[in-house]
Design a protein around this ligand. Structure first.
Ligand code: GLY
Ligand code: MN
Ligand code: MN
Length: 430
């Protein structure tokens, strides 16, 4: 998987160039403790290497290619305190690279790897400390012209090339995403089974994370959202501190990260296991919209087109319920629905939950193609202070699944968690 990606990038690179990828930096949590390390997605995509303090160089020179890694050296004392290190010798073998050098000597050695090249591909600005080291290496080549050094004269961003590569998922990636989807779904099923009036939102979060960890997904792919009642109307609510009341719907947006790939599921269900009649009406509008959007996905269709179908269903539904008034087409045209549906329909998903890739424009009119993975997540949010009939207030509903586009349709990666009212109520009663 990693070798074929390197090959694909080499093909896109101009001759006499190097593409440089930097490992993520460790982040302080408090004083001398750190957040769990999460590798940079692009660095991982090409290296498969999970340690901090590393640089990957993909070099194409005179038609030949080579891969060089700078990584941490073996260090008995550091390894006793902080954990094992692969070191140079083992890295060459296990990561299938041509050469590994000590990152502790980066400042002394980097320029030698760049000598004679014309171009450096670099995601400038992402890791300023590494940028500085790379520019110093180039500068020392410029200053060493008399010793026969030749400095690269061009810097180019590799992101446009790499983002397009990452946008199309290989069969291996889809398999990992399927697993991330399964684990995420299991977390949601467990939350539905565990829900009880009076529980705190964080206790449902605990049930979900338990399921993730037990399946080997050590971290959620983003901050888990458990919002009951009016809290569901705060889109990125992660406080998860409230007690859940009888009659509340609870919105859970949670996804596992499995072998670096994200799941991203939202389900909304009644805390007490039974939808109220008005809640059910609103819920079925969102569900109909979500199902209709997924049904139309195939190569050539855009997220924008799917969202037009969603808007038609949702705005018609809101007008029928008397929550919105007026002509459906005009309400859509004037974006009046944004009071209740204020986010996009979906996003690319992969190594990052909001994955890389060009959408073409804010409307997301890019035609989908086989191998693209997206979320479909329409929602309706009617806060407690909305000017609507009391029965609809304090309700936030979102339904989100992850799909991958196939040759003539799509595969739903997160289908293992119910979403119809009948299925949800049956599961919660079981
Ligand atoms: N949980 C982030 C999102 O749904 O986009
Ligand atoms: Mn989500
Ligand atoms: Mn999402």
């Amino acid at each position: 998987m990693f070798l074929s990606r390197r090959q694909q990038l080499f093909t896109a690179m101009s001759d006499n160039s190097v593409a440089i990828f930097c490992a993520a930096e460790e982040q302080t949590r408090s004083r001398d403790t750190e957040f769990p390390f999460r590798q940079d997605s692009d660095f991982y995509y090409f290296s498969g290497f999970n340690e901090p303090k590393a640089l990957l160089l993909l070099i194409k020179q005179a038609g030949e290619t080579r891969t060089v890694l700078f990584n941490r050296s073996k260090d008995k004392l550091a390894e006793i305190w902080q954990g094992r290190r692969v070191g140079q010798e083992q890295a060459v073998e296990s990561l299938v690279i041509d050469k590994a050098l000590a990152v502790e000597e980066l400042a002394e050695l980097l320029h030698l790897e760049l000598d004679g090249l014309d171009k450096v591909y670099l995601a400038q600005g992402r890791y300023p400390a590494y940028d500085q080291l790379i520019f110093s290496a180039i500068e020392s080549l410029r200053n060493g012209l008399r010793q026969g050094f030749k400095a690269p004269s061009q810097i180019e961003d590799w992101r446009p090339i790499v983002d397009e590569m990452r946008l199309i998922k290989s069969a291996d990636e889809v398999a990992l995403m399927r697993k991330a989807g399964e684990i995420s779904a299991a977390g949601h099923v467990r939350a539905m089974r565990s829900s009880k009036v009076g529980m705190f939102e964080y206790q449902l979060e605990a049930e979900i994370h338990h399921e993730f960890l037990m399946a080997g997904a050590r971290s959620p792919a983003y901050g888990t959202i458990v919002g009951a009642g009016d809290n569901a109307c705060i889109l990125h609510y992660t406080e998860n501190q409230s007690a859940m009341q009888n009659g509340d719907l609870v919105l859970i947006d949670a996804g596992a990260e499995y072998q670096m790939y994200a799941g991203d599921i939202t389900r909304t269900f009644p805390v007490n296991g039974k939808f109220g009649p008005e809640q059910a009406k609103l819920y079925n509008i969102v569900l109909a919209a979500q199902v209709a959007a997924i049904e139309m996905l195939k190569p050539g269709v855009s997220i924008f087109e799917a969202n037009q179908v969603v808007l038609n269903i949702m705005v018609s539904g809101l007008v029928e319920l008397g929550i919105m008034q007026g002509d459906v087409a005009t309400l859509i045209e004037e974006e009046a629905y944004k009071e209740y549906y204020m986010h996009g329909l979906g996003h690319w998903i992969g190594l990052d939950v909001h994955d890389v890739g060009d959408y073409y424009d804010v409307k997301r009119t890019r035609p989908l193609a086989e191998g693209m993975a997206i979320t479909i997540e329409p929602g309706l949010y009617i806060p407690a202070d909305a000017d609507v009939s009391a029965a609809y207030k304090g309700v936030g509903i979102r339904i989100e699944d992850d799909v991958v586009i196939t040759a003539n349709g799509c595969e739903v990666l997160t289908a293992d968690v119910p979403k119809t009212i009948a299925e949800i109520e049956a599961l919660m009663a079981s």
